[in-house]
Write a protein that binds this ligand. Structure first.
Ligand code: SF4
Length: 213
């Protein structure tokens, strides 16, 4: 959505909006500037109703310049497909846009440094639903500690980027690679995300069901 709530009128304006969401240069986090190959911006439609937020780029994301590629991305793609969705239907971004060294978690300072980029993206998209993929983005956006395995699948309201937003908590897709028992729950959460946001063409018939929660 545009700031006045209208969808972009066409391809050219959407492209301009997408360009507007890119971070062409930023050097706020010295350690990440040192370890990154590039800034990894969010991907997907700029009017998507469903926004996935991960922690930050890993090695493959840093190499390819796209969030959630590699094995974790494959799991997410499988879950989206299972839910009747495609990657092209949703927007995917991260809390920090530069790869931390040795795949460590981003520090609180780095998360805070990049918060403005994330909030700009959320504000411009104004999605129906945000899905946090993992403990770090869940705690960052809800501003509290989260027991992600226990809370995965829960929908909560949080004030983010100047408005009250619906947030669906989820484990990180990589969790299903380390613990196969989490796979069914992860797939169910992604299916719920599609249904709640009205993005999936399933039982909801493409209408958001968030008003029921
Ligand atoms: S992680 Fe975000 S704030 Fe830090 S250098 Fe990269 S783009 Fe800038």
């Amino acid at each position: 959505m545009t700031e006045n709530g209208d969808a972009p009128a066409g391809g050219a304006s959407e492209s301009a909006l997408d360009e507007d969401l890119r971070v062409p240069s930023c050097e706020r986090c010295p350690a990440l500037v040192e370890s990154r190959s590039r800034i990894v911006d969010g991907v997907g439609p700029t009017d998507a109703d469903l926004l996935f937020v991960g922690e930050g780029p890993g090695a493959q994301e840093d190499e390819q310049g796209e969030p959630f590629v590699g094995r974790s991305g494959d799991v997410l793609d499988d879950a989206l497909r299972d839910a009747g969705l495609a990657r092209a239907d949703v927007r995917i971004t991260n809390c920090v846009r530069c790869r931390p060294p040795d795949n460590r978690d981003p520090t609180g300072e780095e998360l805070a440094n990049c918060r403005g980029h994330l909030e700009s993206e959320i504000h411009r998209l104004d999605p129906e639903l945000i899905v946090t993929l993992g403990k770090v983005p869940s705690e960052h956006l809800l501003d509290r500690s989260v027991a992600i395995t226990a809370e995965s699948g829960e929908v909560v309201d949080a004030r983010i980027a100047g408005a009250s937003r619906r947030v669906l908590l989820s484990v990180h897709p990589a969790a299903t690679l380390y613990d196969r028992s989490q796979r069914d729950g992860f797939f169910e959460t992604i299916a719920r995300a599609g249904e709640l946001s009205g993005t999936a063409g399933g039982e909801s018939g493409g209408q958001s069901r968030l008003g029921e929660f």
